[in-house]
Design a binder for this molecule. Sequence first.
Ligand code: ADP
Ligand code: MG
Length: 625
Amino acid sequence: MSGKQDIRPVRVLPEDVANKIAAGEVVERPASVVKELLENSLDAGASRIIVRLVAAGRRTIEVIDNGHGMSEQDALLAIERHATSKIRKAEDIDNIVTMGFRGEALPSIASVSRFELVTRRAKDEHATRIRIEGGVLRDVSQTSAPPGTRVTVNRLYFNTPVRAKFLKGITTELSQSIDIVQRHALSSPGVAFQFVHNEKLLFDIPENTTLVDRIALLWGLGFAEDLVELHGEGAGLTFVGYIGTPSLTRSARTHQYLFFNGRPVVNRSLQYGFEDGYRGLLTVGRRPVGIIMISASPRLVDVNIHPSKREIRFRDEQAARQALREAVRKRLEQLTRVAEPSRVSSERNETGSESTIEVSRESFTSPMAGAPGRDRWETQPPEAVPRAPAPGIQPALDPLPPAQTEFAGVRAAPEREEAPHVEPRAFHASLGRVGEVPMQIFDTYLLVPEEDRLLIIDQHALHERLTYDNLLADLQDSDYEAQQLIVPILIDVPPSYVKVLQEHFELFRKLGIEIEPFGGNTFQVTALCHLYEDSAIPNVVHRVLDTLAQGDLFNQEEIVSDLLRLTVEACRSSVKGGDRLSPEERRELLEGFRRLRPPYTCPHGRPIITELTQLQMEKSFRRRQ
Ligand code: ADP
Ligand code: MG
């Protein structure tokens, strides 16, 4: 940020520059106001920023900084349209390093609110106070205030009621503002951030805390412990940050934070590149977690395509995607090892083929493991990972798909990464004769020959599904009734979620999870529906909170199925791939399959059954074309 060393006076943009810059909506919602004000404070070289909201910003949004402040003359200019201290000539636009540069945030905000700006430079004796109501300048006066700037935005959209109607609920609006502040808190390590909502301090990040400490302050120690450091480069980009081990995932992309040259950004190619790096390592529907700082010459990107400047576009999008994918991949390869042939895991990759990837927990070095641990991965040379696998050893990860495939879009969009499609109608059929014992191969699959095809069932996937269905049926009978726990389960939640959790005790209670405050960020589960697995609870509570904080439509069924899924996972009795089964067990499983209703997938969405048809076989033997 150039703020500190170079205080330029505010000036009105010449018209051609103003026109060259895409104009657009600045003030979409409270969070957009928070973002603009925050970025101005950072541009002003602030080292302490307080964001204060009342009623999720609908009533009040206030941002207070200790930045360089403005003279009275500059403050008056700042509220004029296209007044900015950050650009003089059109060419400057390519070299922007500050956050804001269009000079329209303050006037736009002031035109739809009751707006007050109080600002003072350290060298001035008095502060300037400017009040604007719905775009009308009401008052300019002198007042006393510490050096820095305070912008207060009251009653946003009071004069545009239609706009106000489009605002979402408090939780949604609040979580969006929290998200904005969190992003900045992650990318500005030298700056202290406080976030206050309805006079409650939601988070408090001191100045000069490291990135990983900031992460821990925002999302908890457990989260930070499952991250590993990332260092990589390619295509003129440098990547530095923390990425989750494959065991740390979310059901949405809530914890994927990308920053470009210190600014939070959105870019699909990077996002896909990041997720591509985890290909084959995550269960269907799970999203990896990462906080990645990307740096490069600003000339490599076009930052101005989105009016709120969050979206960036690279001159070469594919190269950027590939570079990040490879950096992530390389890092993850350091965590994986080839499973011994006797312990082939039944984990499937997204092509549905058997994969021998096994992630070794021991090889994860947590960033929170203290200073020695941190040194260890900083000094761990990337060469420690063999580039080409020795002959006879399987590569730890699938080779990357060729670039052409990506262009063809075949595997490009992660949304399309689904379990291989299996015709559902196909398996309604007789499925062999009742009472028959299916054959087992590779200690993992059951074979059921039929007239014109061979059905192949994944025993583990099937068993999981049956367990899941049974639990679900039991649950429907017992009505989520919670039973008192002898030892309560303690759950730590990130400070930003404390409020969200408190507001949803009733919801959890309805699901058979009774939660009470324990003090600070800690809560205790005192009673639990007996069907849930105890150890799954903290995980589920976090997931529910993520969903709630995102403001996603809350779906009770999904939460319950999440709970059960985790319970099934924790089920020791589960039949695993690699278990030799007795004829009795095999027959029972097959009977279970007959009772199933489509879709024929396990609780994680992996297929249970596939088929090899007579036609396919005949083709392989060239008996047919
Ligand atoms: P932009 O940030 O695009 O220049 P804004 O409308 O956000 O436009 O702000 C206009 C000008 O007001 C800025 O260029 C800056 O000089 C000044 N300004 C705004 N907020 C602050 C602040 N918190 N501290 C110091 N100066 C500020
Ligand atoms: Mg600005």
